[in-house]
Ligand binder design. Structure first.
Ligand SMILES: C[S@@+](CC[C@H](N)C(=O)[O-])C[C@H]1O[C@@H](n2cnc3c(N)ncnc32)[C@H](O)[C@@H]1O
Length: 209
């Protein structure tokens, strides 16, 4: 994560006075201008880890599937997923109310009707996810992060995959080992400029049916 100065970007209601801004999300297949603000993660530019995830991660599954952007912030991942699969419902989840408002506005401005922005407890209880994408909030602490990942990885369908981008020096490799120890299979899909791109699936990839 780049926004080390935003120590409290995961507050439910950021105290920082509003200072609206804009960033550009430019990828080979996505060209969006996104509204940002103080009190949300990486408000000055799209985070390098997020860019890496969107550039080197796989495309979302096609069709009318349910996907999640866990910890959506102002929505770069959710908006990219909805652009890439307009039939999908992309659940953009964040504890930070200001981030949710920005994500909602950014999806609406881009005409991305499939994005549903919700607080964690407002995700439907019976929702199963064909895919989960996240630049997870490592700085909330190991125990809270483990609880968070367990809560949402358990929603993956049997063939569902999660794509996580984590800085190596913030514990990407130990997180991968922890996930494997919990019965998930974690594959390093890529490594770039200190970031790891981790793909998480249930069981062994070659034995999944
Ligand atoms: C590293 S930021 C990534 C933000 C955005 N996806 C991006 O790429 O710019 C992680 C996000 O997780 C959110 N977060 C922290 N704890 C959370 C929780 N328990 N449930 C959902 N989101 C959470 C933070 O508010 C923050 O927006």
């Amino acid at each position: 994560m780049d926004a080390q100065k935003d120590q409290h970007y995961w507050s439910d209601r950021p105290e920082a006075a509003s200072r609206p801004g804009e960033v550009s999300l430019l990828l080979p297949d996505v060209d969006l201008t996104l509204a940002t603000d103080r009190g949300v993660f990486s408000a000055d530019r799209v985070d390098r880890g997020t860019r890496f995830l969107l550039l080197d991660g796989p495309p979302p599954p096609s069709g009318p599937v349910d996907l999640m952007d866990l910890g959506c912030g102002y929505g770069p991942i959710a908006c990219a997923l909805a652009t890439r699969n307009p039939e999908a419902t992309v659940w953009a989840v964040d504890v930070n109310e200001r981030a949710r408002e920005l994500c909602r506005a950014n999806a609406a401005t881009a005409g991305l009707d499939g994005v549903r922005v919700v607080a964690p407890d407002d995700v439907p209880a019976d929702l199963s996810l064909a895919g989960l994408w996240s630049n997870p909030p490592i700085r909330i602490g190991k125990e809270a992060l483990h609880e968070l990942l367990t809560r949402w990885l358990d929603r993956l369908t049997p063939d569902g995959t999660a794509q996580l981008v984590v800085q190596r020096h913030l514990g990407a490799d130990s997180l991968a080992r922890w996930l494997d120890g919990m019965g998930w299979t974690t594959t390093r899909r890529g490594s770039r400029k200190g970031f790891r791109l981790l793909e998480v699936t249930r069981g062994q990839p070659d034995t999944r049916t």
